[in-house]
Design a protein around this ligand. Sequence first.
Ligand SMILES: C[S@@+](CC[C@H](N)C(=O)[O-])C[C@H]1O[C@@H](n2cnc3c(N)ncnc32)[C@H](O)[C@@H]1O
Length: 453
Amino acid sequence: MSLKTLIYNVAGIALSQEKKILLVSRLNRRLNALGLRSFTEYYNRVTRNDPTGTELQALVNAITTNKTEFFREPHHFKILEDWLNSSEEGVKSARLRGLRIWCAASSTGEEPYTIAAVVKASVSRAEWNRTSITATDLDTAVLQEAEAAVYHESDIATLSDAWRRSIFLRGKGPHKEVYRVRPELRARVQFQQLNLAKRGWAIKKPLDIIFCRNVLIYFDKPTQLEVVQRACGLLAPHGLLFLGHSEGLTGITLHLEPVAHTVYRPSGYSSDTAHASVPRLQAAVSLDSDFGSKRGQFLSGSEGWATMTVGAGVVTVLVNRDAQRSCAAHFLQNCSNAGGARAVTSILRAMVRELQANASARSSIEAKLVATRTTSAKSEKIDCQTLLSVVNDWLEKASIAVTAQRVFEETADFRLELATGRVLVRANTEDGRPFAPQSRELGKLTAGRERNP
Ligand SMILES: C[S@@+](CC[C@H](N)C(=O)[O-])C[C@H]1O[C@@H](n2cnc3c(N)ncnc32)[C@H](O)[C@@H]1O
């Protein structure tokens, strides 16, 4: 077995080539400290002469990347705040029972203390006293630092004065550059070691909130899937799972649905609050997924392809070019009544919200539409022209440019590349040819007409 395999087996961390170079420099320090001359000697030391496991832990601590900061990915904390203040029954009773929050890769503590500060600012004193935040990490050195809760001016440079005051006590005299997290916040955060890549997590369920951010990227796909699945199993029905900015669940089919970019909740959860009007989102972005909007679903993602056959109705694709992310909904609503049109526009609104989750400007969003005029037995009430005008009117009011549009006489095949927003279409009459490269890219609109009909 090699060091690489040992690291994978122990920590689930799949080392990339560039990480290997970093590892060599980090481990050289261990070799020097132990007076060893080669990595083979080091490997033997860790695997054969480490009865207490101290060197194995030192190896693990050396390979982890611990970058973190207060309010990292700030939009997540706004979502947390909104969730805390929502009138959902599940959330209200969780607050009364005492919130249970897990921060699953807490590094040096900035993340769990940010969570603590946001929760404390939103709940009553009694609710705060019942709140418990469990912060875990594999790396014992960062856990020690996190527990000490001491930070320096440079660590909190971006924090507003209000947050500085509510999170820290500042040192005096020669220590005035030193900040310690307030005891009332520290009291609610318990640190413990936990290896996400190993079974048997000592975490009590149900959890209301899970932060598992910027750690999945170090794992391979099967480990990522297993970690998310197990975390999902701990989550209360009203709970939220936060992943890191590049850790969306693309291609992973789970009982989760996105509520915003990289924020998920268990699927099928229905609340009787204002949130009920927000359409449910399709969880997984995978090939051949069906993203019908009858139940308020749409598909969103930034990786891979989505394909489908458009038998009737209108497929609306919204693309955020800056974020390299797309959403698509297949509308099949009967828009001759106000309810159908309302359902369509509320889904469109939710799609735009999803694409703006990273605070992108609306001007970076464009729309592409594919429709068919077919009236099948199943869809006889669907008047494609009315549906198309509802979508077009709403987009115009929302100042979202329709850059491509095509109406087929019969069913069409449709394929969307999520990162680029490239759409390929082919009439079903064009036989079973593969999509690329023969299929046409959906044409650009010129004066309201498609260039390559
Ligand atoms: C880049 S930091 C992310 C910190 C924080 N979650 C954030 O987003 O700012 C990744 C953390 O994951 C931890 N980690 C790596 N492998 C782990 C594992 N198998 N189990 C638990 N934590 C792990 C590392 O020790 C490190 O502190």
